[in-house]
Write a protein of this length. Structure first.
Lengths: 244, 85
């Protein structure tokens, strides 16, 4: 079955076509979903792409959270549907309380646009399922507010439950515990600052993003909400794994 | 109904790093401001609210702060409210 993936277009999104292109190149059937649509029409997965939804006014994601489509995204996520927020999409997911914590201005107060190395630190998310723990990926980042923060109790929970899915090898932005990406309890909602869609062709300098998007497509193929398969996750908690 | 003028000041919670504030503070000595420290940045919002009484207006504004104007994970808000002139 071809996974149908919706990529939400907010006013101010700017990575939506890259994500559609990358997913299509990996065999998915990706299409844009307008942020004003109040429903998600028989999709197997949803991606909130990067950019500056609603101009990032107030705070990144603060207004996008109230876009009509977000109620449908919340419902889809609650039913176990795979939802991935990339960069600005990660910020939207934290503002929508689908993921804990918040993303602050980078520690060095500079906009970062560079390829970084991250390590897969959990395989219990729809974006990393099937990937080897410790695998290193070279993926571009492109953000001003990617400095992940949450309280000590939350970060302890994330660690204990294997919900830190990607960590920077050389922390570029000050994120607590080198966090580059996290997932929710069920593993079906994932947020990450790096842009896997920008690492999907040799011409782009890296193809490491294909492993992540491929895992998402696999999760979508077998776990569409319409199919009712759910996305129960398995995998050892992260305490069993080494830090990169 | 009474109209209330509202000032909401949003600031980063204590302990949350404020790289903008720190950068501003580092720039001050170059201008001769050697006695200034503890710079923290934030945002301010002004608006008016119509409500039957001050308590009702305050409850409304507190709700608005919690749901939109602040991200409670990293920000606090202080509300000043008085009858609009």
């Amino acid at each position: 079955m071809t996974a149908r993936v919706g990529v939400v277009l907010f006013p101010g999104s700017n990575c939506e076509h890259d994500v559609v292109e990358a997913l299509d190149s990996l065999g998915a059937d990706a299409s844009l979903v307008w942020h004003g649509d109040p429903s998600l029409d028989s999709l197997d997965a949803v991606v909130l792409p990067g950019g500056f939804a609603h101009g990032d006014y107030l705070r990144p994601g603060a207004i996008a959270r109230f876009s009509p489509v977000m109620a449908a995204v919340e419902e889809f996520a609650a039913a176990g549907g795979p939802v991935v927020g990339i960069c600005n999409g990660f910020q939207v997911l934290t503002e929508a309380h689908l993921l804990p914590g918040a993303l602050q201005k980078n520690r060095g107060l500079t906009f970062l646009c560079q390829t970084v190395e991250v390590a897969v630190t959990s395989d219990r998310s729809v974006l990393t399922r099937g990937l080897t723990i410790g695998r290193r990926l070279r993926i571009p980042i492109n953000h001003f507010e990617g400095n992940y923060i949450c309280d000590e109790r939350t970060v302890a929970e994330l660690r204990a439950e294997g919900r830190i899915v990607l960590r920077y090898l050389d922390n570029p932005n000050g994120s607590i515990d080198d966090i580059a990406g996290i997932c929710n309890e069920a593993g079906n909602v994932v947020g990450l600052m790096p842009h896997p869609e920008r690492a999907t062709e040799p011409l782009l300098g890296s193809t490491d993003g294909r492993a992540l998007l491929g895992a998402l497509i696999a999760a979508a193929g077998g776990a569409g909400v319409a199919g009712g398969a759910g996305t129960a996750v398995t995998g050892a908690p992260e305490t069993a794994t080494a830090r990169p | 109904m009474t109209r209330y003028a509202v000032l909401v000041e949003v600031s980063l919670r204590p302990g949350i790093a404020d790289p903008q504030g720190a950068t501003i503070e580092r720039a001050l000595p170059a201008l001769g401001f050697n006695q200034v420290s503890g710079v923290r940045t934030g945002k301010a919002f002004r608006f008016v609210v119509d409500a039957t009484d001050e308590e009702t207006a305050r409850v409304e504004v507190d709700d608005l702060c919690r749901r939109l104007l602040t991200n409670p994970v990293i920000e606090d808000s202080a509300v000043t409210l008085e009858p609009a002139p």
